[in-house]
Design a binder for this molecule. Structure first.
Ligand code: ADP
Ligand code: MG
Length: 238
């Protein structure tokens, strides 16, 4: 069963069409990565799945549910925002538990879920610190922790590593791969970094000007690029 399915999805901003009929089945537990050059529509497509952008045409299914018109909070998906979106005045513990507190969950439930998330993300030693006293990688994990506590159907990431330095990017890539293995949850991830895509993805979706140019495993795309655009994009140095 596909956990998320896009059917003939289009996005228009006024008279400009930026997503031009996208069909895609994302399987449960899959790490799927949208790649493509700047402006090709990666963020727009991800935001449509999250419900942060309206879908102009077509349908988006989450499980068996037609979620096309559902608000973000109803979709059960978690958009992981960049680590600089943490609340600076709150401790790690309060940042991670924030969504649960806002939803009015009982204290004991919040404490248990926050502890579980901290354990999975190896944050237990930092729970009383403020974001400014954490490394970039730790902050990234707190940002993910804020989503994990809500048990989402899928995690959505928009270039989560783009503001990190090269060494940290490599470390976080490794951590994200580990996290995906341990959570076994669906991850939909946007990047313009081919290396990131090739190392993390189960399948890569190459977008070209609002359309899917090719979908396949990293190996398939590398060995049998469907057209010159894919070949150049996958083959080009960053
Ligand atoms: P990417 O994430 O691949 O760089 P985006 O999804 O951000 O691309 O943008 C795709 C296209 O849609 C771009 O041409 C961008 O200028 C346009 N776009 C994005 N958001 C808006 C908006 N709110 N209003 C008008 N045009 C937009
Ligand atoms: Mg973008």
């Amino acid at each position: 069963m596909a956990s998320i399915e896009l059917q003939a999805v289009e996005k228009w901003f006024g008279t400009i069409q930026v997503i031009k009929g996208v069909d895609l089945k994302i399987e449960e537990g899959e790490f799927i990565i949208f790649v493509g050059p700047s402006g090709c529509g990666k963020s727009t497509l991800l935001r449509m799945i999250a419900g942060l952008e309206e879908t102009s045409r077509g349908k988006i299914f989450v499980g068996d549910r037609d979620a096309t018109s559902e608000p973000p909070s109803k979709r059960g998906l978690a958009m992981v925002f960049q680590s600089y979106a943490l609340y600076p005045h709150m401790s790690v513990r309060d940042n991670v538990g924030f969504a649960l507190k806002a939803a009015g969950e009982p204290k004991e439930v919040i404490a248990q879920k926050v502890d579980e998330a901290a354990h999975v993300l190896k944050l237990t030693d930092y729970m009383d610190r403020r974001p400014k006293d954490l490394s970039g990688g730790q902050r990234q994990r707190v940002a993910i922790g804020r989503s994990i506590v809500r048990d989402p159907t899928a995690f959505l990431f928009d270039e989560p590593l783009s503001n990190l330095d090269a060494a940290l990017r490599v470390e976080m890539r490794y951590e994200l791969a580990k996290l995906h293995r341990s959570l076994a949850s669906t991850m939909i991830y946007v990047t313009h970094d081919q290396v990131e895509a090739m190392t993390l993805a189960d399948r890569i979706v190459v977008l070209e000007a609002g359309k899917i140019a090719q979908v396949g495993s990293p190996k398939e795309l590398y060995e049998r690029p469907g057209n010159l655009f894919v070949a150049q994009f996958i083959g080009s140095p960053k």
